[in-house]
Design a protein around this ligand. Sequence first.
Ligand code: SF4
Ligand code: SF4
Length: 286
Amino acid sequence: MKYFLFLNHPKGQEVYKVSEEREKMARIHFKSVDTLETEVTIRGNIYKAIIDYTAFSNLANFDCFNCQDPCCADNPSIYEDLTRELILDNLKEYDNLTHNLEILLEIGKSPEEIIESIKNDDVMVPDENAEEEISLCTCSFKPNNNSTLCAIHSICLSKGMTAREIVEYKPMVCNLWPIDIIAEDDLSVLYITMPDDFTTGFTIEDYYGIGCINKELCESAIFRRKNPEGFSENDFKPVIVAYGDTIKYSLGEKCYEDIKNNLIAKNLVFNEEFDEREQQILKKIN
Ligand code: SF4
Ligand code: SF4
C-alpha cells in the first residue's frame, strides 16, 4: 500500500511506501469499523474510495494563526505547474512573504538562476538550499515570530480567490492535511480516514502530537505552556464542518455529501452545525 497524498513527495517511496506492519493494521481497521463506499475526484481523476466516515465527526480546530506546530516544516510535494505559475506571476508578494529571492541572491544566485529554479526544481529552490538556507517548506512564511503560514494560500487570498481555486493552487497533501489516504499499490481503491486514537498506529501523521485534531491535547498544561493563546475549546467543530469546502473541492462534491449524509443519519453531526460553519480555508490574518 501507499500513502496516496505523498506519492508526489520529493523523497519518493522512502516516504510514501506503507510498511507491512502498518498495512496490516490499516486493513484490520477498515474491516472492523463502519465505512462507506463512494467515488472521489482528485485533480480530475476518479477513484473508488472506502471512507472511515465516522472519523469525520472527530473534533478539529484549525487555528493556524495561533499555532506553533511546524506542520509546514518540510516540503511535502514536488510543486505542480499551476503553483509555479502563480509564484512567477506574484514574485514580489512571494518574496515579501518568504524572503526566498533575497536569500538566494545573498548566497550568490543570479536572478536568472532563481527563475529557472522556480520553473524546474522539485521544490522551487535549488536542492542544496532546500530546508537549509530556505528553512522549512519553500512556501512557508512567518507573519510573526510564532506561527508559520503558507505563501501560496496567502497569495490566493490576497487575489480574492475562492476556496475551489485555493485548492487548485496548493499541493493536495497540504489541502487535506492531516486527512490520511492509504491506497492499494495500483490505486484501485483509496482508504480514507483521520489520525485519531484508533488509527494512529498506521496513519502517516502522529495524532498524539497534533493539537488541531486532538482537543484533549489542547486542554493539557503541556500544550498551554507552549501555546498560551488560541485553540479555544468552543472553536472545535466536526472535521466535516471545519473542513467542509476543503473536502468538497479536494475530494469532490459526491464524497462530501456522502460523508455528511451518513454522519447526519447516525446523529454524529447535525444540520444546524453546517449553518454556522466558518470557512477555515478563507480566513485571513486580522
Ligand atoms: S498543526 Fe494544525 S493548526 Fe497548526 S498550522 Fe498545521 S493545520 Fe494549522
Ligand atoms: S501548506 Fe504551503 S507552506 Fe505548508 S507545506 Fe504546504 S506548500 Fe508548504
